[in-house]
Design a protein around this ligand. Structure first.
Ligand SMILES: [Zn+2]
Length: 271
């Protein structure tokens, strides 16, 4: 009896280790029961649908700014991942940076590097540095597998896990994904937990610094965001699960010295 109990405990421990992924930028661990191979095709299809259903600005100076900053953040991520021997983590990414015409104050990155900014967030971003704050944060959510974590949590909650495997048909899988990403309908997005938000803030700050954007810009960006939204009764989607600006700025200041080191070493610094 005791022996079988021990075997079960060992199995659970192994399973938990196997099912956890570590954010290489922050060290935070998360539950991951779904693979990129399962997640990315759904994500790419949804993204294409969003681009089809909305007005996409492809040529303006603002659209060029989104792409320019996105390419630099992508470059920084690829360089860092290959330096730490995890370059293969990013091999199935299909990066894309789009600007959607919408008053919503929002931006997101779907699994596999599919990014959208809405024109409504641009006045708060102001310039490349401000865009880099948001870009770094959203790309960090994707790199850290926060979506996979949310999908995994939803599958566990829905009882779709059997003996450590995801026992799920293609249709169930698609439904789960669509519940989490109802982007086609109302352009709402997956809500992340606060732990994930602070994790993305930290990893995002390092990414923007590695890409040569002054990380101090993040403090001014969140102050502008606070001013832009403080009078509103319902916070915009982008902020609905986010930590309060005071906490967020305090955390950013505490990790600023490490971010400044990345910034000072970046080949893009000052460009
Ligand atoms: Zn976030």
């Amino acid at each position: 009896m005791k022996k079988s109990y021990l075997i079960i405990l060992t199995a659970i421990a192994f399973f938990t280790i196997w099912a956890c992924s570590t954010n290489p930028l922050t060290g935070r661990q998360s539950l991951s029961l779904v693979s990129n191979a399962q997640l990315f095709p759904q994500s790419f299809a949804q993204y294409n649908q969003v681009l089809k259903d909305n007005k996409v600005d492809k040529t303006s100076a603002n659209a060029q700014m989104i792409d320019r900053v996105g390419q630099r953040i992508k470059y920084a991520a690829e360089k860092y991942y290959s330096q730490i021997g995890r370059g293969s983590d990013l091999k199935d990414y299909q990066w894309e940076f789009s600007l959607i015409q919408s008053d919503q104050l929002n931006a997101w990155c779907m699994p596999g590097g599919k990014v959208a900014f809405y024109t409504g967030i641009l006045p708060v971003c102001k310039d490349d540095g401000g865009v880099a704050v948001v870009m770094g944060h959203e790309v960090a959510h994707a790199l850290a597998g926060h979506s996979a974590e949310q999908v995994s949590n939803a599958m566990v909650a829905q009882g779709l896990m059997v003996g450590g495997n995801v026992a799920i048909s293609n249709a169930q899988w698609r439904d789960t994904f669509n519940q989490l990403y109802p982007v086609g309908a109302g352009l709402t997005m997956l809500k992340y937990g606060r732990g994930m938000e602070l994790d993305a803030d930290e990893a995002g700050l390092y990414l923007m610094a590695m890409a040569g954007y002054n990380p101090m810009e993040a403090i001014s960006f969140w102050e502008r965001m606070n001013n832009a939204t403080s009078g509103q009764q319902t916070p915009p989607e982008f902020l609905s699960t986010h930590p309060n600006p005071g906490n967020r700025i305090a955390q950013l200041k505490s990790i600023m010295p490490k971010a400044m080191e990345y910034y000072n070493q970046s080949p893009y610094k000052g460009k």
